[in-house]
Write a protein that binds this ligand. Structure first.
Ligand SMILES: [Ca+2]
Ligand SMILES: [Ca+2]
Ligand SMILES: [Ca+2]
Length: 220
């Protein structure tokens, strides 16, 4: 009797913790300043500025924050820079399809980063002739894209994202250069992330399996 009660309690726990079916598409809020992002994101915020990595470190697919990693379709993804270390794809832009893909493996509703060195200067053909595109994918399998334009100096462009639905990945597709020879080179830096502190249904099930085992052993 005690055993079946225990199993019943665990099953109820699982049902409560199972993710609910989405009732509407994700709502994304784009913040232009870190202040606005932090106010909406809550906490705790984990951040990565890459200053602790040596120049040239290969970070393709490597978690640089817990549950946060990046890949690219460019030649490589490494720590690059001098005074300021950043994430950078060092080659492979001639196709005009260069992009960075940020993967989030933990429940995340707030992510921010800087797009650096995104120059768009009238009359300079080695700078951007068009905007780049940020695309955000959500756990309900919907996505949303928006344009980001460069500036005269390559000054950091803050991208702050908060959502009512978990964000699973974010793509930064670089802009095309005016000379049509490929993409305008940009780097990423200063990632900030806020993860939801919830137990995964799978770990609840694992914990449940352990408890069932304990109850069974107690009965023997
Ligand atoms: Ca940095
Ligand atoms: Ca350029
Ligand atoms: Ca550039």
């Amino acid at each position: 009797m005690r055993r079946s009660l225990g199993i019943f309690a665990l099953c109820s726990l699982y049902i409560v913790a199972a993710p609910a079916a989405p009732v509407q598409a994700a709502t994304l809020t784009i913040h232009a300043t870190e202040l606005a992002f932090l106010a909406a994101a809550g906490g705790p915020v984990a951040s990565q500025d890459f200053e602790g990595y040596a120049i040239g470190t290969d970070l393709s697919g490597v978690a640089f924050l817990t549950g946060v990693s990046a890949t690219t379709n460019m030649d490589d993804l490494q720590v690059f820079g001098a005074a300021d270390h950043r994430l950078f794809g060092t080659g492979g832009r001639s196709s005009g399809d260069a992009r960075y893909d940020i993967a989030l493996s933990l429940p995340t509703r707030a992510l921010a980063f800087d797009i650096d060195a995104f120059e768009s200067v009238p009359g300079e053909s080695s700078t951007a002739a068009s905007p780049g595109i940020v695309t955000v994918w959500f756990a309900d399998l919907t996505s949303r894209s928006f344009n980001v334009s460069g500036n005269l100096t390559g000054a950091a462009i803050f991208i702050g994202l908060t959502s009512d639905t978990d964000i699973t990945s974010v793509r930064w597709a670089e802009a095309l250069e005016a000379n049509n020879l490929g993409n305008e080179e940009t780097a990423l830096d200063n990632f900030r992330v806020v993860q939801r502190q919830v137990p995964e249904p799978t770990s609840l099930l694992l914990a449940g399996a352990g408890l069932v085992g304990l109850l069974a052993r107690k009965r023997r």
